[in-house]
Each structure stands twice: as structure tokens, then as C-alpha cells.
Ligand binder design. Sequence first.
Ligand code: PHE
Length: 452
Amino acid sequence: MPESRCLQGIWSSPWIFIFAASGSAVGLGNIWKFPYVLGQNGGGAFLVVYCLCLLLVGLPVLMAEVALGRTVRSNPIDTVNDLSERRIIHPAWVCVPWLAGITGFLILAFYSVIAGWSLAYLNRALSGDLIGVSQASASAMFEGLLDNRTEMLMWHSVFMGLVVLTVGQSVTRGLSAVVRLLLPILVITLVAMALYSMVIGNMSEALSFMFRWSWKDVSFDVILAAVGMALFSLSVGMGAMFAYGAYMSKRMSIARACTIVVGVDLLVAILAGLVIFPLVFSLDIDVQAGPSLTFVSLPIIFGNLLGGQFFAGVFFALLVVAALTSAISMLELFVAWLHEKFYMARLKAALLMGIAVWFVGIAVLLSFHHEDSKILFDLNFFELLDQLTSFVLLPVGAILLSVLVAWFIPGSMLQNEMITKQASHFQWWYNTLKYISIPAMVVITLAGWIGV
Ligand code: PHE
């Protein structure tokens, strides 16, 4: 495909891709979701399985997604259409980018509501409401937010507005500059918070919970949770990285870039765990608490710290920006497609998609309000979307994408793309994808579904 079809040009510096991809990977998944999934799945055993999943599933699939994006340099839907027109693959494969787009759409619907919680806490920090927060008042504050539908709707709308404006402006290039600044500040802030949390909290129990391995805690449920978490956290299986791969400079080794992204993503998630668990154990918060875990424990850190209001403001602002740099990658697939295929202005395309996501988000925020709002399988709408995306759509999307890349796209085409100097690197990746990642994802997903 001629490079002129790539409407935004190629990112010249290799680091631009690394920052943009890290911006997509690092977000609420690391700071809000990872700690509670770790809490619900037994701690240390989950962490080890999670690291293995990142290495044997997440990294190879991420490389596959980026390589495919860079090979054809177009949005995922047109890429697959183009490959099928060239008779390289069957047209039915177009289901893969569509599935990816729908997954991103559904994730964004609840992601935006949670990002709205972060905005609400940023607002509380700036107005001094976090001063002197205790465990009881932190729980009450969170419950109060869930009860206040108008406030949740307002922040969800503000966040979606920010997403639409950002995606609509095509600021993907500027995005990398923002992330370049954001990441180091976020890491330094988290390190400082983790140290403080370990001093005021129960460090030994937290460390033993997070890092102690125990065979009996490993089940297919735990492994499926780890695969789902790894795919979610690396933003793979739904076309976001594909889109960024399309802009990646040819000079960059895909293996190197993706390994850096995985490393950064894991580092931020572990730091978030080190911030939250010492408090959870010293305050007797339930480790299994689920989505409320981060939002109930974090304010306590700031509430009792000298200058805590300021640090809380900085932290929640960073969290909102991190969520924004992830959220825009969820909308990118459809926006790029509408723009490139139908010449629709990016802002119009973003607005169209944003309004649709906003409506689904309303159903999500209502599900937090009612205790008994179970709609299917004893799950409320939020839980249903969360589990549907993490345990079904992301794994299925990742499996189909990997099968497409590993078995249907000619290896020679990919080998050129990988541009690693040693052919053995390419073979290592190709074989891992074919013989480890795909079978592992299929077995784990099926076993998790039938509840082995
Ligand atoms: N990886 C992002 C996070 O950890 C979430 C995300 C999922 C982004 C899927 C894009 C696609 O917060």
C-alpha cells in the first residue's frame, strides 16, 4: 500500500512510538484495576502468573499487532480489506478489526466512568475535602460519590468531552510529548507514595501478600484473570497498538520498542500495588473489595500527610491525564477509519463515536447506584462489560489477531517488518506466537469459560 495513504505521516523519532504506546498502556488499568484484580486473585501467585502472561502472551501479541500495523500503514479495517483485495487473506478476516473496535468502544464506556471518579477526586483534592480523611470518611466519601448520579454523570461527560476534543484534533503526535513528561512524574510520585505508604502502613504483610508464591492459589480462573489483565493493561487485542504501529518509524526495532512498553507498564502496576496494599492491610480494608479498593485507600494516604492536598491534586491530575492518553487510543480505530474511508472530519467522527460511548457510559454509572442492579449472570452492567471485555472480547480478539499474523500473513512480509539484525530474534517471536501464545490463550480462555 502506498505510504500516501497514511494520512498523518510517519513518526520520525523511534521514541515517539514508545511514548505514545506507553501512554495507551499505562492508565487506570495499572493504578485502579491491577491492584483490585491482584487482591481478588490471591496476590503473589497472580503476580507470577501475570508476569508470565506478559512475557509469553502480552509481548508476542503486542509485537504482532504493531508489526501488522506497520506493514500496511493504514487503519486496521482498511488494512484487512487491503490485504484481502491483494488476495493475501480471506475477506472474512475483517471481523477481527471490527471486533477490536467494538471492544475498545465497550471498554471506553466504563473506563470513562472510572476516569470520571478520578476527576471527582481531583476536584475534592483541590477543594480541600481530603484533609484529615480517615478510613471511615474515605469509605463514606466513595459511597457518597456512587450515590450521586448527577455528579458521576457530570464527570463522565467532562472526561468524554476531553477524549472527543483530543482524538478529534489528531494530537497523537503531541500525545507523545505529553506522555514523555507524564511518565517520569507519575513514576516518581508513585515511588514517593509507596515509600510513605510502607512507612505508615503494614509493609511486611503487603510484601508477603504481593510477592509470596503459593501453588494452591493458582487456578484456571486466576490464569484467565491474568491473561485478561495483561491484554487490558497492554492495550492489545483491540486495535489500539495496531493504529500506533501504523505510525511507527521503520528505523525502530519492534521487539525493543514493545519490550520497553511492557517493562514500563509492569513497573507502574507494581508501584501502584506497593502504594495500596500496605494501607489495605494496616486498615483492615478487604483485599477482595474490588473496584472501590484504590479509591477508598488512596485518599487516606493524602489525608494524613503534610501538604497532602497538594500531592493529592498532583496525583489525581496525573491519573486523569494517564486515563486520557489511554482512552484516546480506544476511540482511534473507528475515528481513523471514518476519517480515512469516508473523509469525515476527525472531530465529527470523534463526536459521533463519543456520543455513542457516552450513552453506554450512562448505563454503566447507573449500575453503581443500585445495589441490586444485576442484569445477567448475577452481574450488574459494569461488571458485565468489564468481564465481557477482559474474559471474552480481548482474549478472542487477541487470538484471532495472532492467528491472522502467525498463520495467514506471509512470514517474509513480517520478517522485513521486524528488522532485527539477528534472524533468530524473528524466529523466537514467530515461534512463541505460534506455538505458545496462541495455544495458551485458547486453552486458558476455554478453561476459564467452562470453569475448570
Ligand atoms: N491499557 C489501558 C490501561 O491500562 C487500558 C486500555 C485498554 C487502553 C484497551 C486501550 C485499549 O489503563
